[in-house]
Ligand binder design. Structure first.
Ligand SMILES: Nc1ncnc2c1ncn2[C@@H]1O[C@H](COP(=O)(O)OP(=O)(O)OP(=O)(O)O)[C@@H](O)[C@H]1O
Ligand SMILES: O=C(O)[C@H](O)[C@@H](O)[C@H](O)[C@H](O)CO
Length: 231
């Protein structure tokens, strides 16, 4: 019995892709529902993709998200911008958010993603090919909230690009970073909340231990491999 937000699970857990490993087509993709392809099978509406770059504080969501935005020519939504001040103050004071703190944030970010797919003056009233979203989406139920963006819209497809990184490197990154409310003392609680998207058919896990250039190349290869699968 599938719960909300889940689609047929691939028989094989999607491969963990490392920055140094050549990209292989995602082993789980063969189990992807046949209805999902570059042209919505129910009509000729081109598929619009919501690319959600996920992971704990400091993993590189904003950095990778900007590279993805530029490469795909899409708009970019920074999840941090949708946190209310109370959430930012809480995290800035070293207090982890609760589920209750996150629901309205996730719902507002989801709505912004849906709005970004709509024809508007900013995209010359042509529906864009998609949108890139940086959102930690640490738990499966948070990703399920974002998945609702595609419910009832066969031509919308959501993907989660999970940036997997060791606690040690997360600590280094959040220590070296200047002027961000999320400090290194929050990394442990982020990892405690984290539920990696193992077995979630719409998620790609990428090891991002490499240099920024290596990581960006690897993410772009993986995203384009996914787009090729859907053609
Ligand atoms: N591959 C990389 N190698 C080294 N440093 C990196 C890499 N990617 C990002 N960084 C740096 O690590 C820090 C965190 O990156 P970024 O802000 O993109 O992460 P984030 O997941 O969006 O963090 P948060 O969720 O806290 O906003 C930044 O200072 C960024 O410049
Ligand atoms: O869900 C959360 O706990 C927050 O979204 C963090 O994961 C983010 O990293 C923070 O917003 C800083 O960017």
């Amino acid at each position: 019995m599938l719960s909300a937000g889940e689609r047929p699970q691939p028989s094989v857990t999607p491969a963990i892709i490392s920055a140094s490993m050549p990209i292989q087509p995602n082993a789980g993709s063969s189990a992807m529902p046949s209805a999902l392809n570059s042209q919505n099978s129910l009509n000729s509406t081109p598929t619009q993709h919501i690319w959600v770059v996920t992971g704990p504080a400091g993993c590189g969501k904003s950095t990778v998200g900007q590279a993805l935005r530029k490469d795909l020519g899409l708009s970019f939504l920074e999840g941090d911008d949708y946190h209310p001040k109370a959430n930012k103050d809480k995290m800035g004071n070293g207090i982890p958010l609760t589920d209750a703190d996150r629901w309205d944030w996730l719902i507002s970010l989801r709505q912004a993603a849906i709005d970004a797919l709509s024809p508007s003056e900013s995209n010359n009233f042509h529906p864009p090919a998609g949108v890139v979203v940086a959102c930690s989406a640490l738990k499966k139920k948070y990703r399920d909230v974002m998945r609702v963006a595609a419910y009832g819209s066969p031509s919308v497809q959501i993907h989660f690009v999970y940036l997997k990184l060791s606690e040690e490197v997360l600590m280094q990154r959040t220590t070296q970073r200047q002027g961000h409310y999320m400090k290194s003392d929050m990394v442990r609680s982020q990892l405690q909340a984290l539920e990696e998207p193992k077995g979630e058919w719409d998620a790609i896990t990428i090891n991002v231990e490499g240099s920024q250039q290596q990581v960006e190349e690897n993410v772009l290869k993986s995203v384009h491999a996914k787009l090729s699968e859907l053609k």
